[in-house]
Design a protein around this ligand. Sequence first.
Ligand SMILES: Cc1cc2nc3c(=O)[nH]c(=O)nc-3n(C[C@H](O)[C@H](O)[C@H](O)COP(=O)(O)OP(=O)(O)OC[C@H]3O[C@@H](n4cnc5c(N)ncnc54)[C@H](O)[C@@H]3O)c2cc1C
Ligand code: FES
Length: 366
Amino acid sequence: MTLVFGLLLLSGLCAVLALLLEAANTVFADYGPCRITINEGAKEFTVKGGGRLLSTLMDQGVFIPSACGGRGSCGLCKVTVLEGGGPILPTETPYMNDEELRRGTRLSCQVRLRGDVRLEIPEAFFLIKEFRTQVVGLKPLTPFIKEVHLKLIEPQEIVFKPGQFIQFQVPEYEGSSEPVYRAYSIASPASLNTEIKLVVTRVERGIATTYIHDILKVGEGVIINGPYGDFYLRRSDRPMVMIGTGSGLAPLMSILYQMAEEPIDRPCTLYFGVRSQQDLFYQDEIHGLMRALPRFRYVPVLSEPSLENHWDGETGLVTDAVARDVTDGSQLEAYLCGNPLMINAAVKLLTAKGVTEDRIFFDKFG
Ligand SMILES: Cc1cc2nc3c(=O)[nH]c(=O)nc-3n(C[C@H](O)[C@H](O)[C@H](O)COP(=O)(O)OP(=O)(O)OC[C@H]3O[C@@H](n4cnc5c(N)ncnc54)[C@H](O)[C@@H]3O)c2cc1C
Ligand code: FES
């Protein structure tokens, strides 16, 4: 007991010390001007040292994919550092394979600028933009989920693949002493390229979701950047299974709109898992998609159906319903989105049913 208490105390002290060091580093250290050279001079600039590479690049209009707001937990913000950047940190290595370690791949949110750096990034990153937008609608979809409708002001159009996400800038407010970024998938069709809709689940004491649910108002401006991500529809004739939980329905809706518009007539079953009847949303839209896509099947699955409202549909975990339905997955392609626990369980289930891993695509919201 004493040993456990001692260890807890020690790790608490270490965390406080690390925070103090980080704060002192930010406030007092002066690294002077630093030169950043990207792709052998395709872009070059001199910036004030001391900041994180990810945010410094963003200030210069170069956007590196990121889904965790720079907290070192998504592993997306990889760049190749050819020179400078200091030694790789223990927070980075879990996200790197041997080849990446050999090439000098780094998580740009973990690299502090203490001198000149030479970088290599995919050319495609230069296409990622920052957008000024205005809130034109805020609609509760369920007691915990809100739809945020943004009109693009500058630039006025966004080009994205259905399934991709943007980063939403939460400005400084009483819940956050600095602006933070969070990832939200685009729920609207890509053909509607002057506006986007996001579907945001409230997270208790969450910085972004408290701001979006309780503070953001229609008419206000919002800065976003993107698009990001490789969760999008692959071109094939394979039958598809889609599994979404809660706001994980968002990118699947965008993909389904794309299928209805082109049209892409593939057998497709959407399993949508929520707790009870009141958590189901976009039901009219889904029924519209069923009319447009003859081979599209919809299976809502409730884990705790309320007794007041009669329910004769599927019950249990969404993966239970998939397990009951899918016998041979060898021809299937799968698109999964939502909470990480569901996705881990779904990947395990689908691979056991014969879906090969290279045909399972997912976005984990966490
Ligand atoms: C690629 C991608 C796409 C995403 N798309 C969407 C989307 O379309 N809609 C959407 O609502 N969210 C989406 N998310 C999640 C979103 O980016 C935020 O993580 C989420 O909204 C919480 O942000 P926050 O600032 O409110 O919470 P934070 O302040 O970051 O977290 C507060 C606390 O809650 C915990 N927490 C964070 N997220 C959750 C969660 N989902 N459930 C339970 N606890 C949590 C944290 O660990 C922390 O302890 C996506 C995430 C990724 C990676
Ligand atoms: S931004 Fe998520 S790990 Fe760097």
